[in-house]
Design a protein around this ligand. Structure first.
Ligand code: 3HC
Length: 311
């Protein structure tokens, strides 16, 4: 009966065990996971655009090969995550329809433009760096398929972050113009990277419940703080200045103090008014529509195979 099933679910979460697709789960738990995993998957796929725009303009074959590998990884991450979402009874095609109809979100960070090749390094260093801080705890998420997808994704994500940082180190030892490009990219990506972790805990309607369900292991502010603490020393090694005059080390707390991000901007970007929202969604819609003939041909071929199998 439902009471006993609910108790078993609660005890699974309490004992840090995994809830699997065939287990009973509260409808709210399933809904929250569909929302978060779909959004995560959409973020991976949309995230291919700012970097993909630089594939034909990479400065060397080596940089092009690295960037190509990274963009392909993001597509794979999207695939794992859509597959994890499908274990909850949703269709990937339906999630894509919702994305292009702006009825589902993707991470705000991808609504900013990548203006120079230095942006590729800063995206690797800051955006993938923030994604790692947010994703490592998700490897211990109470929902099995999501946690397992995260373990594979986090391994590939660390290559993404390291290649970005290495590119920036190289550029910072390059020309004056390269150093200026790097600093300019850091100035543009720093605050949006802090916003990736979500609104302050006090304005986060989902955090408390997600923590109780073992979906989130830390709050938005805790992960944001961890990211700042990790990144400030890296910025010093790079020789770039982070655009926050409020940054200072608090020896007592053993954390860096930093200024509040502009949550007005955050909400504007979430409402679709970021620099690139329209372009990103339209590009995704065009790719989806442009690819429909491939999906139809594959389905027709599969039907013929099945027909032959039955004959
Ligand atoms: N971008 C877009 N929407 C955001 C957001 C962001 N950066 N931060 C919060 N939101 C939305 C939430 O989705 C929620 O809206 P909804 O209820 O309509 O979905 C609302 O703002 C309130 O935020 P909450 O903190 O209450 O929401 P969550 O508990 O879902 O926390 C989150 C937000 C921390 C982003 C969480 O959803 C999460 O950890 N998601 C999985 C990680 C993820 O999606 N990362 C994307 C990074 S990009 C990436 O991974 C690609 C990599 O290769 C670079």
């Amino acid at each position: 009966d439902e009471e006993r099933l609910h108790q078993r679910f609660e005890s699974t979460v309490e004992h840090d065990q995994r809830v699997e697709p065939r287990d009973w789960m509260p409808e709210g738990y399933r809904k929250t996971l569909v929302r978060q995993i779909a959004q995560h998957a959409h973020s991976e796929i949309i995230g291919m655009q700012p970097e993909g725009n630089w594939l034909t303009r990479a400065p060397s074959l080596r940089r092009k090969a690295i960037l190509l590998a990274k963009v392909q990884d993001e597509a794979g991450h999207g695939l794992y995550l859509y597959s994890a979402a499908e274990t909850l009874g949703v269709e990937r095609s339906d999630l894509t329809e919702k994305l292009v109809a702006r009825r589902q979100k993707y991470s705000s960070i991808f609504n900013y433009p990548a203006l120079t090749f230095a942006d590729i390094g800063v995206i690797g260093w800051l955006v993938d760096g923030a994604a790692i801080v947010n994703q490592v705890p998700l490897c211990r998420c109470s929902y099995g398929p999501y946690a397992r997808a995260m373990i594979r994704i986090c391994k590939e994500e660390s290559f993404h972050q390291r290649q970005g940082y290495e590119l920036l180190l190289t550029m910072m030892h390059g020309s004056e113009q390269q150093r200026r490009d790097v600093q300019d990219a850091v100035d543009r990506w720093w605050w949006p990277s802090l916003m990736m972790f979500g609104p302050p805990d006090g304005d986060s309607p989902n955090t408390q419940q997600s923590m109780a369900w073992g979906i989130k292991r830390h709050t938005n502010d805790q992960l944001r703080q961890k990211f700042v603490d990790m990144t400030v020393p890296q910025a010093e090694v790079l020789g770039v200045t982070l655009p926050d005059s409020g940054l200072s080390y608090n020896a007592e707390r053993e954390h860096y103090e930093f200024s509040e991000p502009d949550w007005e901007e955050f909400h504007r970007v979430l409402a679709g008014e970021g620099p690139c929202n329209t372009q990103r969604v339209e590009r995704r819609r065009a790719a989806h529509e442009g690819g429909s003939w491939v999906r139809e041909a594959a389905a027709a071929h599969a039907a013929k195979q099945a027909e032959r199998g039955r004959a």
